[in-house]
Design a protein around this ligand. Structure first.
Ligand SMILES: O=C(O)CCC(=O)C(=O)O
Length: 207
């Protein structure tokens, strides 16, 4: 089994990771430190954060990590058997969405935000194959706060690739990544600050 780790990447050029079955591009400084600091504070205070539910061994568990689902009206998203209705866009989130759309050339209509209070909170192995997600649009992930290790694991051959996600960074996960790779935000015993992650997505309207 191969394990690849990308630690520091300071270049203005995106770092391309994953050799097969979809690409991920990592840009260390999508937002400068001041913009990232100010967005972090703004998001903490402006959104309605709630606990999430995950399904494990057939049971529902409430997460310590908090989530907020934001999007255009009608962007309903169901995962772990629970349907989420979006909160409206804030001015600051719309500004970031527009910047992201310029950089990626894709239009996003929703954003899932996760708030990790410390290193004991993470996200287990998963991929996003829900039928309402537009599978031709990448998922664009912006990180704010503590630097955390994020890993991909290939669904068939089990190889892993990890990258540290820095404050203000952008990770673009291109199709068909969701079909071939699981991903996880790894927990750490180190005493670290909170982190907010934003994954911008495109939800297909209900027919
Ligand atoms: O917090 C992260 O970086 C992981 C987020 C993620 O994988 C997701 O929201 O599905």
């Amino acid at each position: 089994m191969q394990n690849q780790l990308f630690d520091r990447h300071e270049s203005a050029e995106p770092l391309v990771i994953l050799a097969i079955d979809g690409q991920a591009e990592y840009l260390n400084s999508f937002l400068d430190v001041d913009a990232a600091d100010s967005l972090f504070k703004n998001l903490l205070g402006s959104l309605a954060w709630e606990s999430d539910q995950i399904q494990m061994f057939g049971k529902f568990l409430t997460t310590a990590r908090k989530v907020a689902w934001v999007g255009d009206p009608g962007c309903l998203y169901t995962y772990s058997g629970i349907q989420k209705t979006p909160q409206g866009w804030t001015h600051e989130l719309l500004q970031i969405k527009h910047k992201l759309e310029q950089v990626t050339g894709h239009i996003f209509n929703s954003c899932l935000l996760n708030l990790y209070h410390n290193g004991a909170e993470g996200m287990g192995w998963h991929s996003d194959n829900e039928k309402e997600l537009d599978s031709t649009t990448p998922i664009a992930s912006i990180s704010l706060g503590a630097r955390r290790k994020f890993a991909f694991r290939h669904k068939q051959n089990k190889t892993t690739t990890s990258v540290f996600l820095d404050h203000g960074s952008l990770l673009i996960m291109h199709p068909p990544i969701q079909e071939h790779w699981h991903r996880s935000l790894l927990k750490t015993k180190a005493a670290i600050d909170p982190r907010i992650n934003l994954t911008f997505r495109k939800i297909l309207p209900k027919i």
